[in-house]
Design a protein around this ligand. Structure first.
Ligand code: AHR
Length: 339
């Protein structure tokens, strides 16, 4: 009933590539500081007029955020007349590595990679570099000894997102109580970095303890399952939940309601992404805080790719500026959310 992953899996367990090309008119907003989104005809083509072919190795479809990001990249490719080879990694690193091998064999002009985990990509990134194919990282970092293996990373500051959630909850809890943490897929950049930012800030409050902690894989159904287990073990002790993304928070809200408690009141909720459904939950008082993580990255990614192909010097990271939502602004801003 809940799982977007199920829908993705039903499309087949093998890698599915889809080619998109053309000159559609959609453009993305909410795309952050890097994007040139003035609606001007965007050029994705090479100087001599031949259109670019770009491979996109996506994580999967684990969350509403991820689906919005995929849509933004596909729309922007269409707008720029870029041929996009899309590979859904189904949350598996081996699928992403296979996809990158295929892109290299097909001599694409560039590769966009949203890595499922931080480690293990170095050898395949080296193969891409040796083939002269620039790689732009989408939203998530990789850990590599040689950072010339990718051109740049376009995404948010995950450490700061986690820190902001901790700051909000700690103040709302008046510096005391117990927090349950629901983590994203273990080993991914958002899981590692949001946890780091959150826990470092909470450590400043000796009266607050993180008493429960489990992996929810960034999925709604899994977030619900984890929260059900937390509640079964000791519902009364939990004062707040920090979920590493909105989908897991929305699952936790369902579990709390089904246990006869009031999310947002009996148990406070903070999470990250800024999905419309989560901002609505904050507006409805079922959640307390949500930090945006810019999802509509297509324009910024293709701008970066153009620069990488033109061998322009790029910063190692282009950081998106994220908003945040609480009871003071959620009602006003919910209708402005694009995903
Ligand atoms: O890398 C961004 C994170 O990945 C988003 O917060 C989450 O929803 C997604 O799956």
């Amino acid at each position: 009933m809940y799982s977007r992953k199920t829908i993705a899996m039903s499309l087949g367990s093998l890698l599915a590539f889809s080619m998109l090309a053309g000159c559609g008119s959609s453009s993305s907003t909410d795309s952050g500081t890097a994007a040139k989104t003035d609606g001007a005809p965007a050029t994705g083509g090479k100087a001599e007029g031949k259109s670019l072919t770009i491979g996109f190795a996506q994580v999967g479809a684990e969350s509403g955020w991820r689906t919005a990001e995929t849509g933004s990249v596909k729309d922007e490719a269409t707008r720029r007349g870029i041929k996009l080879m899309f590979a859904d990694g189904h949350g598996k690193q081996e699928d992403q590595i296979k996809a990158i091998h295929t892109f290299i064999a097909q001599k694409v002009d560039g590769i966009i990679l949203a890595p499922v985990v931080v480690t293990g990509f170095e050898p395949v990134l080296k193969e891409a570099k040796d083939a002269g194919i620039p790689v732009v990282l989408s939203d998530r970092a990789v850990t590599v000894k040689d950072d010339s293996l990718y051109a740049t990373l376009v995404g948010s500051d995950f450490v700061e997102e986690g820190r902001r959630c901790a700051d909000f909850l700690a103040k709302k809890m008046n510096g005391k109580g117990n927090i349950a943490e629901i983590e994203g897929n273990i080993g991914s950049a958002p899981q590692l970095e949001r946890k780091k930012g959150f826990e470092a800030e909470i450590a400043k409050y000796p009266g607050i303890k993180i008493t429960k902690d489990a992996e929810g894989k960034f999925e709604l159904a899994k977030g619900k399952e984890v929260m059900e287990a937390f509640l079964k073990s000791d519902a009364k002790s939990i004062n707040a939940v920090f979920a590493h993304n909105d989908d897991m928070a929305l699952g936790a809200i369902q579990a709390i309601e089904e246990a006869g408690l009031k999310p947002g009141k009996d148990i406070m909720i903070a999470s990250i992404d800024g999905e419309k459904t989560m901002v609505q939950a904050v507006a409805d008082g079922k959640a307390n805080f949500c930090v945006e993580c810019k999802a509509l990255l297509g324009p910024g990614l293709f701008d970066a790719m153009n620069d990488a192909i033109a061998k322009k010097k790029l910063p190692k990271k282009t950081v998106m500026q994220d908003d945040q939502f609480d009871e003071t602004n959620a009602k006003k801003l919910v209708e402005t959310r694009k995903y």
